[in-house]
Write a protein that binds this ligand. Sequence first.
Ligand SMILES: NC(=O)C1=CN([C@@H]2O[C@H](COP(=O)(O)OP(=O)(O)OC[C@H]3O[C@@H](n4cnc5c(N)ncnc54)[C@H](O)[C@@H]3O)[C@@H](O)[C@H]2O)C=CC1
Ligand SMILES: O=C([O-])CC(=O)C(=O)O
Length: 249
Amino acid sequence: MFKVMLMKIGIIGCGNIAHNIAKSFQVQAVYDVVMSKCEDIDANVCNNVDELIDECDFIVEAASPQAVIDYAPKIIEKGKDMLIMSVGGLADVKFREKIFTLARKNGAHIYLPSGAIGGIDLIKSAKVAGLKKVTLRSTKNSKTLGYDVKERTLVFKGKASEAIKKFPKSVNVSVLLSIVAGMDIDVEVYADPDVKENIHEILVEGDFGEAEIRVRNKPSPQNPKTSYLAVLSPIYLISSLNDVIRMGV
Ligand SMILES: NC(=O)C1=CN([C@@H]2O[C@H](COP(=O)(O)OP(=O)(O)OC[C@H]3O[C@@H](n4cnc5c(N)ncnc54)[C@H](O)[C@@H]3O)[C@@H](O)[C@H]2O)C=CC1
Ligand SMILES: O=C([O-])CC(=O)C(=O)O
C-alpha cells in the first residue's frame, strides 16, 4: 500500500484494474453497474455515479469507453480530477474537445495513463518537429479477441477511431496514441491462436527519424484482455501525482 494520499479516490468499474488499485491505495468510494463486483473492496459502495462524484475528488474510470461518454461530462463539470483508462471513450474529436474545454474551465485535471504501451514520451518529443505517420500493430490471443482462427490472422486494418468501435476493450491504447500524436493513427489488429501475450508494436515516423517500440505484455491474471502493464500504469501515475521531480517528458 502506497502512503495514504490526502485526496479521496473514487473508482468507477470494480473489475481487474480497480481491484489492483485498491490494493495499492486507500479508496473512498466505488461504483459498478454490477454491484456485487464492489463487495470485496474496502470502500463505500455507491448506488450511482452522482453519489461517487460527491464523495470523491479524484475519480478513476476503469469500466468501458461508454462509461467515459456517460460520466466524464458530469465529473469534469464538478471540477473533479479524472483518470481515464478507457481512453477509447474520447475517440470522437468533438466530444473530446468538449471534455478538455470543460476541464480547463472548471480547473479539473484529466489523466490518460500510458496503459499497456510505451513510447508516449517519444511521440510527444517527436511531435515538436512534426510527425509523418504513427501505426499500432496489436496482436492478441484469438479467443481473447473473440475469433476462432487456425493461424495468425489480420482481423482489422484501418483508423483508430474505427478500431475502438470494433474492439472497445482491446485497443484503447490506439486512441491514446491518436490523441498524443494529433492524428487518427493507423491500426492493425491480429488474432493469433498461438500467442499468449498482448503484443503492441508502435511504429513512428517523423522529422526526428523513425522508432519501433515493441511491448510483449503478460495478460493480467484476472482479465487476459487487459495487459498487466495496464494495471501497473495507473498505480504508478497515482503514486506520482505529488512528485516534485519529473522524469521523461
Ligand atoms: N488504456 C489501456 O491501456 C487499457 C484500458 N483498458 C480499459 O479499462 C477497462 C477496465 O479494464 P479491466 O479492469 O481489466 O476490466 P474488467 O472487465 O475486469 O472490469 C470492468 C468493470 O467495469 C464494470 N462496468 C462496465 N461498464 C460500466 C459502467 N458503465 N458503469 C460502471 N461500471 C461498469 C464491469 O461490470 C466490470 O466490473 C477496460 O474495459 C478498457 O476499456 C483496459 C486495458 C488497457
Ligand atoms: O491491455 C492491453 O493490451 C490493451 C487494451 O486492452 C486496450 O488498449 O484496451
